[in-house]
Design a protein around this ligand. Structure first.
Ligand SMILES: Cc1cc2nc3c(=O)[nH]c(=O)nc-3n(C[C@H](O)[C@H](O)[C@H](O)COP(=O)(O)OP(=O)(O)OC[C@H]3O[C@@H](n4cnc5c(N)ncnc54)[C@H](O)[C@@H]3O)c2cc1C
Length: 367
């Protein structure tokens, strides 16, 4: 059933534990209810007023694990409560025994489905693809917007279609995975023009029935107790469940659980710089970790730069930098949004002063 609330607390809807309110908070279970909400006179008037101020007409949230409300939100916050996973009957894919599509399974997932439930479902049903993305917090609609990624896999590798509600045209609109503008933590639905218009209602994922594991990331091999260089056949003895368990162990060992410590995962993106910039920095910092992105670009871990600036484990007021991973900002308890914002700005300035690189938040700042 739909629910429209005014002056509604957002505390249960953000993993940073920010005690802020939304002028309007509305939840729906299906498209009919979403349309009723959008046509509600009070909601429509507020959306119009926000738009007139040059702001987004609404903010659609998932479970709030990658956002920071910087204060009370004066507009409309939407949330989808619809959950479920369905195998899409396919002709000529599952049944075909030759070619690229052999063993492909398409899953249609409701936007409000907890992402890790999708990972667990796939592992239980022998479906390969999402296992490395196990335990990433959040909902499936958001995962497709964010292009979540971990341990060498991004959801964009799996997205067949993103089924949206086009709020302007009042009809369904389907984006092919190839139309989503995917990049590192990037998609078209993160940008204003599309964000103001489309709500993700379902995501179709392309997963595999045939074993196809991604174990290139050294940390996973270590957690699994294998070394593929020395023993390439070790991969054949591994089950999907073992890979999922290894990913979960790694994550639980290094990331704070939002239930205990308010946080939104990696607060900053890892900057990608031109090789000339990296080469110059490397002469100054020979141990600087880095990853080749393409022929002309290198990615530098923002967490390493933050650590070099002396921020690891430190605090500014009630906002802090997590002890085990400098990319993660935490709420030490009762922090106001502006304390997190102040820490974020200070870190950006310090990193820029030391390395000449301006890092950017990955987290959505919403005010
Ligand atoms: C401890 C921790 C670890 C994390 N680890 C990782 C990681 O390894 N890799 C990674 O990529 N991320 C990671 N994250 C970040 C986060 O889990 C992801 O970004 C996730 O996809 C956010 O999901 P959510 O449902 O909480 O979305 P929210 O944070 O609520 O929203 C995220 C974005 O999606 C949009 N959105 C949400 N639902 C919809 C919808 N139905 N239609 C249109 N737009 C929508 C929002 O407007 C917003 O722009 C981590 C976060 C935490 C707290």
């Amino acid at each position: 059933m739909k629910n429209i609330a005014q002056n509604a607390p957002l505390l249960p809807y953000n993993t940073f534990h920010m005690d802020v309110k939304a002028a309007v908070f509305a939840e729906y279970e299906n498209v009919d209810e979403l349309r009723e909400i959008l046509n509600d006179p009070a909601v429509a008037a507020l959306m119009q007023a926000e738009k007139a101020k040059g702001r987004l007409p609404f903010w659609h949230i998932g479970s709030g694990s990658n956002l920071l409300f910087t204060g009370d939100y004066p507009g409309v916050v939407l949330h989808c409560k619809s959950t479920g996973i369905r195998v899409v009957p396919t002709e000529g894919t599952e049944s075909s025994d030759e070619g690229e599509d052999e063993g492909v399974c398409l899953l249609e997932v409701e936007a409000g489905t907890v992402w890790d439930d999708v990972c667990a479902y796939c592992v239980e049903n022998g479906l390969y693809g999402p296992e490395n993305l196990s335990l990433i917090p959040g909902e499936t609609g958001a995962a497709a917007v964010q292009n979540i990624g971990a341990y060498g896999v991004e959801i964009s590798n799996l997205v067949e279609k993103v089924i949206c509600w086009d709020v302007e045209a009042d009809k369904e609109h389907i984006f092919d995975g190839t139309e989503m503008g995917y990049g590192y933590r990037e998609s078209r639905l993160k940008h204003e023009a599309d964000k103001a218009r489309y709500v993700v209602i379902r995501v179709v994922l392309r997963v595999q029935r045939k074993p196809r594991l991604h174990l290139e990331y050294e940390g996973i091999q270590k957690a699994l107790g294998i070394n593929l260089e020395a023993d390439p056949e070790a991969v054949e003895k591994l089950s999907l469940q073992e890979v999922r368990n290894a990913v979960i162990r790694i994550r639980e060992g290094k990331l704070p659980d939002p239930k205990d410590v308010g946080n939104a995962g990696s607060f900053f993106k890892n900057p990608v710089v031109e090789n000339a910039v990296f080469d110059k920095l490397q002469t100054q910092y020979p141990n600087m970790p880095h990853y080749v992105v393409d022929k002309g670009h290198t990615k530098i871990p923002a967490g390493w730069m933050i650590e070099q600036c002396g921020w690891k484990g430190k605090s500014l007021g009630r906002a802090g930098v997590y002890e085990k991973q400098s990319l993660v900002l935490v709420n030490r308890g009762g922090a106001e949004p502006q304390e997190i914002v102040r820490l974020c700005r200070t870190i950006i300035e310090d990193v820029e002063k030391k390395f000449g690189i301006r890092i950017e938040p990955e987290v959505n700042l919403i005010g």
